[in-house]
Design a protein around this ligand. Sequence first.
Ligand code: G3P
Ligand code: CA
Length: 289
Amino acid sequence: MHARAVAAVTTALLGTAALLSPVPSARAGDAAEPTVLAHRGASAYAPENTLAAIDKAAALGFTWVENDVQRTKDGRLVVIHDDSLRRTTDAAQVFPGRAPWKVKDFTAAEIARLDAGSWFSPSYAGTRVPTLAQYMRRVEHNHEKLLLEIKNPELYPGIERQILKQLGAGHWLDRGHLDRIIVQSFSADSLRIAHDLQPAVTTGYLGTPSVSSLRRYAGFTDLINPSVDSISADYVNTVHSFDGPHGRPLRVFTWTVNDALTTWKAVGYGVDGIITNKPDVVRAALRAS
Ligand code: G3P
Ligand code: CA
C-alpha cells in the first residue's frame, strides 16, 4: 500500500474537514500494511474477552488478539475488561446481595459459575469468564499472538510480577514465544515495573504522552498505543523517531477503529497497528485502499 494514495483517498472521503486539516503522508515510499489486532477478541461478533471471541478472531483469519487481565479475591488471574462483573456477566442475578460485583471481591470459583455470554447473545449462553491460564492455552492452541493489557493495576498490587510469572510458567517468555506477546497498560508505573522485571518482553503504553515526554517513555516501552482520535501524522512520525528499550523505533498501535473511514485515517497517520472490534471490516478497508 502506498501512503500517499491512502492519504488521497482519505482526503477525498473526509471532504472539507480533511482539507482544513489534511492527513499527510506519514511514511516515505511504500510501507507495510498495519497489523490488525482483534480487540478483546473479535468482540463485535462474540462476547468480549472470552475464548469464543478469540476463536472467532482465528476463524476470521486474524492472528493478534487483545485482552484485559485482572485478579480475583483469591488471587487468580482472569480475563475481563470492567472492574465489575455486572456488565458482561449475570453476577447481579447469581449473587444479588453483592453489589457492586467487583472482580476483586469474588473468588475464581464464584466467577467460574457466571454466564459471560448471554448479555451478548442467547447463542453464547454458558460462555465463561476465562482464567488467564485457560485463555493462554487457547491462544496457543489457535496459534495466535496476544496483546495483553494489565487492567486497573492500581487495584491489584504485584499483578505485574504475577502475570509475568504465569507467562513464564506457560513458556510464553521463551525465545519462540517472545515475538507473540506484548504487555500493555494505561499505567506507566505498571509498565515500567513489567519492563524492569522482564526486560526482554515487548511493552506498550496505552495513551498519548506529550512529545516532550516521549524520550522518557522510550526507556521502558516499545510501543505507544493511543486512541485514534488523539493522534496526527506528525505525532506518529515523532513517536517513530525515538528508539525503544530494544533499540528499535517505537511503534504505534491505535484503537479502537471499527469502520473503513477511520481505518484509512489511521493508515494516513502511518500507524503500525490497528486495534479493532471488527477486524474483518478493517481488513476490507485496507484491501480497498
Ligand atoms: O488495546 C486498546 C484498548 O483495549 C484500550 O482500551 O478500555 O478497551 O481496554 P480498553
Ligand atoms: Ca484493553
